[in-house]
Design a protein around this ligand. Structure first.
Ligand SMILES: [Zn+2]
Length: 303
């Protein structure tokens, strides 16, 4: 029965089926409810699936893994109030990112894939961009439309009907490590970008010093993350789909101190509880903290 949930996949960059095991599986998913709970946008369950490394190109990924249809189904269902509670921090993060993007490209049409509650779209609109977002989760779509009045289409990119080459910039914030086939996603994305237009990807960098130091205990080694890119494998992937990297930098994210303490529960329940209590009584819960734990921002230009 449990076998039915899983599939074996080839390397998404080079197509090889040869790999070595980096971390063996420690548990198997056995029910549909487990899958839905696992794939919330704020899903933070430490990795229990098997992580492997392609012996040809070095890509790190989960294999075997839950079937792609189950993963998309998991994201489409359920609500995620904890995720949208971090609006202020996300807004600050996106304003910083938009300033960076505008060094290379003046405000134009931007498409945000996996936009969640649409906070990026709202930040972009305020700075003169014409934003459109795509999000598979209905609850998040409705929340974003109500909150910001922005254009969010429910579903995945291949369910939309955009004119090819009609966007100046396409963004994927914390998305690419979640998608079942990043080469397919980026190939579809590439078709939406104007020649000379830009792609912006933010991802947890498995090659960063902090990731290497923490190993399997690194905060981004999670069941929701199917791919673990480094700067080298990200560059190979972008090159494969027709993009040249123009900028790589550490990506600072802003979250409230209270939420950071809450997220720590996957790591250390005891410290998380203490942190949550202390921030509550000292009224520092909403203090906005920029932090970096290995996320990387990449901007690339379409050839
Ligand atoms: Zn490979």
């Amino acid at each position: 029965m449990t076998q039915d949930f899983y599939e074996t996949v080839a390397c998404a960059i080079c197509g090889s089926r040869e790999y070595k095991v980096v971390y063996p599986a420690t548990r198997k998913v056995v029910s549909q409810d487990q899958i839905i709970a696992m794939f919330k946008s704020s899903g933070d369950e430490p990795l229990t699936e098997q992580m492997v490394q392609c012996t040809q190109c070095g890509l790190l990924y989960v294999n075997p893994r839950l079937k792609a249809s189950l993963i998309i189904g998991g994201y489409s269902a359920g609500d995620d109030a904890k995720f949208v509670s971090q609006e202020e921090g996300r807004m600050r993060t996106f304003v910083r990112c938009l300033r960076e993007i505008e060094w290379y490209c003046p405000p134009g049409k931007v498409l945000d894939i996996g936009t969640a509650g649409g906070t990026f779209l709202a930040a972009a609109q305020r700075r003169g961009w014409i934003p459109v977002g795509i999000e598979p989760n209905k609850w998040l779509c409705d929340w974003g439309k109500r909150r910001y009045g922005v254009d969010i289409r429910q579903g995945t990119l291949d369910q939309q009907h955009f004119t090819p080459g009609s966007f100046d910039v396409v963004t994927l914030w914390d998305v690419l490590e979640h998608v079942p086939d990043p080469t397919k996603t980026l190939t579809d994305v590439a078709a939406m970008v104007k020649p000379g237009g830009h792609l912006v990807v933010n991802y947890p960098d498995m090659g960063s010093w902090i990731a290497r130091l923490m190993g399997k205990r690194w905060v981004f080694v999670l069941n929701v993350h199917l791919y673990y890119f480094t700067q080298q494998t990200m560059k190979k992937l972008l090159d494969k789909v027709g993009f040249d990297v123009v900028r790589v930098k550490p990506h600072l994210q802003t979250l409230s101190l209270g939420y950071l303490c809450f997220r720590m529960h996957a790591y250390n329940r005891f410290l998380s509880k203490i942190g949550q209590t202390v921030t509550k009584y000292t009224m520092t819960e909403n203090l906005q903290i920029p932090y970096w734990v290995g996320q990387t921002f990449v901007m690339a230009r379409k050839r």
